[in-house]
Design a binder for this molecule. Structure first.
Ligand code: GDP
Ligand code: MG
Length: 294
């Protein structure tokens, strides 16, 4: 049987729903989602496999002007992923006007010869009569060869036709991952991401970029998995936020994270979290390596 397989890079402004759409296409939570921009820190590969095809979605971090070692790594990895991709999925937010950021990405894509599909996301929040206009605007923005799909990553509306179209763009080739694999993250890195998601959901201010999570211990037994997680922040005041008054915040994070981990691992989980300050960890290359941020 001949197979098709390849990489599809997701491009789009922060918060348009790239990570949510990656999860919807894969049918599992591989990329973490939050309202804060820059939640996705490294390219996460989500893998969807059919009988004779394998689609590897590359969920790229939204990148701003390089400031520190972490942002620089993120920026160069975006260019690398785009160069290596077989196709691009350009994601737009149907509830917002097309802006400068969308135009910049469209211009970047116009300079490639890759096949492009456009997802106009969040149509669940759009009155019907505005959907047609959003699709027309997207078609006008994207390179002419691109096909446009209305979707809701949240409800799943339109995700199947989009998936089928993306599969039709894949080159011939052998599978790149095991058929039952859903992500390229190591188990520890994936579990650390699930914990980081709960930190981001519950904390405010400058936290997103400043938090790193490492799973230091992972002891899997059939009945109970023991996990020790270390949360890095950059300043004592960030630590105070994450720990919270009388430890309330870290307790709430731990409870929510444990629930996510139990769902993921299908065992009971004992989770111990600690918070540590490591000044300027974002510029620390050795630590970035340890966090798997290549
Ligand atoms: N209503 C609605 N919200 C969505 C949809 N897709 C994503 N979101 C929300 O938009 C925010 C950003 O999503 P995320 O996937 O992290 O965006 P990314 O920065 O492009 O990866 C989150 O709060 C999501 O829950 C959608 O289809 N409908
Ligand atoms: Mg994201």
């Amino acid at each position: 049987m001949s197979t098709h397989a390849g990489f599809v890079a997701l491009a789009g402004r922060p918060n348009v729903g790239k990570s949510t759409l990656t999860n919807a296409l894969v049918g599992a939570k591989v990329a973490i989602v939050s309202d804060r921009p820059q939640t996705t820190r490294r390219a996460i590969r989500g893998v969807a496999t059919g009988p004779d095809w394998q689609l590897v979605l590359v969920d790229l971090p939204g990148v701003q002007r390089p400031r520190d070692a972490l942002t620089e790594r993120m920026a160069s990895s975006v260019e690398r992923e785009l160069t290596d991709a077989d196709a691009v999925l350009f994601v737009l937010n149907a509830t917002e006007r097309i802006g400068a950021g969308d135009r910049r990405i469209a211009a970047r894509l116009a300079a490639t010869t890759l096949p492009i599909a456009v997802a106009v996301n969040k149509v669940d929040r759009l009155p019907r009569e505005r959907e047609a206009q959003a699709l027309l605007d997207a078609a006008a923005l994207a390179p002419e060869r691109a096909e446009v799909f209305p979707v809701s990553a949240r409800t799943g509306t339109g995700v199947k036709p989009l998936l089928e179209h993306l599969v039709s763009l894949l080159p011939d080739g052998p599978f790149l991952y095991e058929p039952d694999q859903r992500t390229d993250l190591s188990e520890r890195a994936h579990l650390a991401e699930l914990i980081r998601e709960q930190v981001l959901r519950r904390t405010f201010q400058e936290i997103p970029h400043a938090v790193g999570v490492v799973v230091e211990e992972l002891d899997s037994r059939p009945e109970l998995t023991r996990i020790e997680g270390l949360i890095w922040v950059e300043t004592a005041s960030q630590k105070a936020i994450v720990v919270g008054h009388a430890g309330h915040m870290i307790k709430a994070i731990g409870t929510a994270a444990r629930r996510e981990l139990e769902r993921e691992l299908a065992t009971r989980v004992y989770l111990a979290l600690r918070v540590d300050v490591r000044r300027r960890w974002r510029t620390d290359d050795a630590l970035l390596d340890r966090l798997g941020l290549d």
